[in-house]
Design a protein. Structure first.
Length: 402
């Protein structure tokens, strides 16, 4: 394990200014202590390819979409990152930001911090969705990451004082990731992290690599969270390869029917004035399974899900010592549900107390919670991310997933 360098090298990512209609945001980025302009600060719309850097006077200007929910992110080495959500609309506005110095804390100044291999692997597997590898997804500046494991609480905290620079050789993007916070509780196994990222297209080294990147992007798009939000908004999720269901059925009187959900009115409101719909999983349901097939749902897929629900229900009854007449033979172990053979990705989906507003462009406000289910990888890692402004011409009859 290489030692962590205390003076990291900052890699400045030049992000092209992209025209996006007539709406703009502009302003100056300055130092909060002396009001001096900060040149070279990165200003971008999170999860997009839209960004720029400040000039010598600290000035920036961005063209932004009129529809959807976006977060402006400002970052520069040595300063605390700045995040601000912006509302949809057609009015241009100004946003000046006074950035605060990123103070050193016990993690970065301690001489007794010993980096553990398990902490490093857990962090990268969580953020990237997979361990770094030169042929697929790797990090240009991993030495800027600081790990602190509290041996008393068994909680891991990770920080870095500048953006991570990540190369995705599978999709042809460089990703600038601004980490706000990361913690992992080894007692519960729960990770919590917050950050924003922006994409820059890499230059392919030839036609073959260009077509490979486009193939991989489209393939990833058909199984992405952005595409799910779009299909959810338009009530076309099943024909586009997504299922919302519950782990098991429970149709007893007074209980919520745990089934495959096809009616959007269970979760969605009608469009509001800004074009958004409110998505909320009712408290009596609590959570759902989001299954992605990457192709239109078939009757065979529905039967497989129903079988898994049936077997899970009876398997749980068997574990609880309760006899179920459907098996007709007492004390015989029922079949274990094979959820891991259904679809490409399976994630438990939850909404928080604050309703989630979704937009037709695939953006959303507030938080959607996703947890891996049945040995599936999460779709939250950077290996599963594409810019929300990436929008291929999808033809469901020629899906890239088989």
């Amino acid at each position: 394990m290489k030692s962590i360098r205390l003076v990291p090298v900052f890699i400045l990512l030049l992000i092209p200014l992209i025209a996006y209609g007539g709406r703009t945001v502009s302003g100056c980025i300055i130092d909060a202590e002396d009001n001096a302009p900060i040149p070279g600060a990165s200003v971008f719309l999170a999860n997009t390819t839209i960004g720029t850097v400040t000039d010598q006077t600290g000035f920036y200007r961005l063209s932004i979409p009129e529809e959807g929910s976006y977060t402006i992110t400002v970052s520069h080495v040595g300063y605390q990152p700045f995040f601000k959500e912006i509302e949809p609309g057609n009015a241009s506005f100004e946003l000046d930001v006074a950035m605060k110095i990123h103070e050193l804390d016990e993690i970065t100044i301690s001489q007794k911090v010993k980096t553990r291999n398990k902490d490093v692997a857990l962090f990268w597997k969580t953020i990237l969705g997979k361990l770094p590898a030169k042929r697929s997804l790797y990090v240009l500046n991993p030495e800027i990451v600081y790990y602190f494991h509290n041996s008393i609480t068994d909680i891991l905290t990770v920080t870095c004082r500048e953006p991570l620079q990540i190369i995705n050789n599978e999709t042809g993007y460089q990703i600038q990731y601004v980490l706000h916070s990361f913690t992992h509780d080894y007692n519960t196994g729960d990770s919590s992290w917050k950050g924003q990222h922006v994409f820059t297209e890499l230059k392919p080294n030839g036609y073959k690599q260009k077509t490979t990147w486009e193939y991989n992007r489209r393939r990833l798009y058909e199984a992405s969270l952005t595409y799910f939000i779009k299909t959810l908004y338009h009530n076309t999720w099943m024909e586009n390869g997504y299922l919302l269901t519950y782990p098991e059925k429970d149709n007893e009187p007074g209980h919520w029917p745990k089934d495959i959900y096809e009616k959007p009115e269970l979760f969605l409101t009608e469009p509001s004035a800004d074009g958004s719909k409110t998505f909320r999983i009712p408290p009596e349901i609590k959570d759902l399974i989001l299954i992605c097939f990457g192709r239109p749902i078939t009757e065979q897929d529905l039967r497989a899900v129903e079988d898994a629900q049936f077997y899970l229900e009876n398997f749980n009854l068997w574990k609880a010592g309760k006899f179920n007449n459907d098996f007709r033979i007492a004390n015989v172990r029922p079949k274990v549900p094979e959820w891991d053979k259904i679809g490409i990705f399976r994630n438990l989906l939850q909404t928080t107390d604050a309703p989630v507003r979704i937009f037709p462009d695939g953006t959303f406000t507030n938080q959607l919670k996703l947890y891996p289910y049945a040995n599936s990888n999460s779709i939250l890692g950077l290996n599963m991310k594409l810019p929300v402004d990436y929008n291929p011409d999808i033809n469901s009859n020629s899906s890239l997933y088989k």
